[in-house]
Design a protein around this ligand. Sequence first.
Ligand SMILES: Nc1ncnc2c1ncn2[C@@H]1O[C@H](COP(=O)(O)OP(=O)(O)OP(=O)(O)O)[C@@H](O)[C@H]1O
Ligand SMILES: [Mg+2]
Ligand SMILES: [Mg+2]
Length: 542
Amino acid sequence: MRYASRRTISLARSLTPVIITLPGILRILTPTLTRKMASKTRTYNDAIDALNSLQTPFAVIEARRKAGVRPDAVSVKEMRTYLTRIGYSSHDLDRLNIVHVAGTKGKGSTCAFVDSILSRYQKARGVPRRIGLFTSPHLIAVRERIRINSRPISEELFARYFFEVWDRLESSVGKEGPDASANADADAALIAPAGSKPIYARYLTLMSYHVFLSEGVDAAVYETGIGGEYDATNIVERPVATGISSLGIDHVYVLGDTVDKIAWHKAGIMKTGSPAFTIEQVPSAAQVLKDRAKEKKVELKVLDIDSRLQGVNVRPDANFQRKNASLAIALAETTIAKLDPSFSLDPQGPLPNEFVDGLEQVVWRGRCEVKEERDVVWHVDGAHTVDSLKMAARWFVDECKKPGPKVLIFNQQGRQEAVDFLEGLCNTVKNADPNGIGFRHVIFCTNVTYAETGYKRDFVNHQYNPKDIENLTTQRAFAEKWSVIDPSANVMAVLSIEEAINKVRSLADIGLKEDEKVQALITGSLHLVGGALGILEGADAL
Ligand SMILES: Nc1ncnc2c1ncn2[C@@H]1O[C@H](COP(=O)(O)OP(=O)(O)OP(=O)(O)O)[C@@H](O)[C@H]1O
Ligand SMILES: [Mg+2]
Ligand SMILES: [Mg+2]
């Protein structure tokens, strides 16, 4: 086994007021930040720096974890308070005609399908007028999370709306709207002190409402962040429809350690008066969804794979994706029927062209992507749970028809349980090979993008232990585990995504046969995948 040597790297970019040093503690030079933000020309980079200052520091996360603090109903009250402070009531959200999607896996893909179908319909019929899409996490740049008509909002627009929200929150004095009682004011002040701001993901959620309402969006697709019941997106009271994609185990610390506990949270997005859809689930999860629907008097439809998908080229050609697509069809159909009363879908007949095109031409980057170079075929997928990693491995095996050594680049930072992701990944690939050969080389890297210059600003993350990254603690644990699971593999740990990619490219120089290409899989985290795509494409992949 070979490890990269331990060394100190400076991750500072010259213009940024955020300086990170390894080893050591992350420092934010707030005077620069404050001065910049006070000036008139507040840029996208200023916005991202200010946003990064809203991340919960690693030490606080640790302390909460130890004390067993979990999100609860107060989180939703807090979001409502902030919404009022930036000038909206939850009734205003009705104008957005929100499609709300929760699930352990497939949320983003389902949302992207819905968005893509609505876009095709818009082009053909002019309805909806403007489509909003809110997803998480981001792959290449933060502004990807807020899209209008399928395009990430521009840096200028992002900066403008970001600071409008910022300023409104800073100047809030605890008056919670004209109708608020003294008690309500006092409550709100306790939940969210005047002048305070929500944390990172919640801030972006809040900002998305401001963006979409200001920009005249009349259909908005929302992916939940974590869970559903207490998620920041759950302040919507009258969504057009809700959808729950595949349920499984993830975010155990926040949501609980069994699939039925997790299902309880996800079911929290269902709303009385709004149609709800899901797909086939494991029995315990299905039961919880059914019970919660009954309790909320919601009619929950459990969808089979839509028979009208036959002949539709859904990629990847896998059952999980057809489930996502089936859910998306129902959600898009319900939305369009509300906005265009002349629309109706024949459940037996073929799908309208707009639906077929929307499903076939969807762009959802970093999921099951293939990029071919002269000597290396890169297979890139952001899976990061046990189940989705097995899917990713199966997809990889199916794609790897051409000969050549298989190589893995893997990262998952900050989650100890991730060491359990490896076995399924290893065995799926091994078992698919007639000679039982798995990955020849396995490279574990940190989530640092570049060897020399460190993190791209959009990826600065205060939530990880900097010591762990410096010492490659996680990567060494992964490497040790892999050496036990597959002693024949050449396993290594390196300090950055860039080094990992260069390592794979250098493998091509040492002994590929004539018709061979290195078959590389990059997976384990969207952060890794986003950084890798940026490097492979040599520029912002956006
Ligand atoms: N229905 C599904 N069941 C299992 N795995 C899935 C499913 N849909 C997608 N995946 C896998 O999970 C990866 C992430 O998909 P997607 O972005 O749609 O999920 P998500 O729910 O938005 O996840 P995240 O937790 O990253 O927000 C995909 O690349 C694919 O490998
Ligand atoms: Mg997730
Ligand atoms: Mg997602």
